[in-house]
Ligand binder design. Structure first.
Ligand code: DC
Length: 226
């Protein structure tokens, strides 16, 4: 079974999807991490083409991605990302990669490259919980369960604030709220695969709910479909 969960930044997707996948014994596919990895490789890595050659257009990003040794794999039911031999993880979570991922995810060449990888990874068999912005609308329109997870802006900003504080990153609540609102606008208004609820998606507002409640509701939906 494919469960595809989309929604804006800070709606609680990552935590919920990770726990849901573990509960069901499914693979957890974090497609946002894949956009972050592409952004990191194109603009932040040592010698990245976006650093040496300036802002990349669609064609140059596509060509650079073909040449790059960026690789994705599923290990122990979760996504692993490699740049050459180097595993990528924490470097994908900084503000630089976050901003670049939102900007570069507008490019069709980037989306095509990653959608192909996402379908290949899902084709390896077994159940999958995919999370992102277009997993139910574009990547897996055949998903048995489609979910649109939201939360109000204040709640989402407060969650990000806690996450950043736990990592020792100093960003004010107001700044986070502004960045999230900007990212929502960019993700929802881009030409290619904008953030939208898929037709027939189950809408869930997580503002007043704890993680366990959300996971339980989604696990219940999945059980009813199995
Ligand atoms: O979920 P996230 O914050 O890690 O995603 C980072 C960026 O990647 C987000 O601003 C938009 C983009 N993204 C996308 O365009 N499509 C996806 N399926 C997942 C993420």
């Amino acid at each position: 079974m494919i469960i595809a969960i989309d929604g804006p930044a800070g709606a609680g997707k990552s935590t919920v999807c990770q726990l849901l996948a573990r509960r069901l014994g499914y693979v957890y596919l974090d497609t946002g991490a894949m956009y972050r990895a592409v952004a990191w490789a194109l603009e932040i890595a040592p010698g990245a083409p976006g650093k040496t050659a300036g802002a990349l257009d669609d064609e140059s990003a596509g060509k650079a991605l073909e040449r790059m040794e960026l690789r994705f794999a599923i290990e122990n039911d979760s996504l692993r990302i490699f740049y050459g031999q180097m595993p990528l993880c924490d470097e994908l979570r900084g503000p630089g990669a976050t901003e670049a991922a939102s900007r570069l995810s507008r490019l069709p060449a980037v989306r095509q490259f990653l959608v192909a990888w996402q379908r290949r990874l899902a084709g390896q068999g077994g159940g999958i919980v995919a999370e992102g912005r277009d997993t139910a609308t574009v990547v897996f329109p055949q998903a048995e369960l489609k979910v649109f997870l939201t939360a109000d802006l204040k709640t989402r900003a407060a969650r990000r604030f806690e996450e950043y504080a736990a990592k020792g990153l100093e960003v004010s609540r107001e700044q986070i709220e502004r960045l999230i609102a900007e990212r929502d606008r960019a993700d929802s208004n881009r030409d290619h695969s904008p953030l939208r609820p898929a037709q027939g998606a189950f809408h869930l507002d997580t503002s007043g709910l704890c993680v366990e409640e959300v996971v339980e509701r989604l696990a219940g939906k999945a059980r009813n479909l199995a």
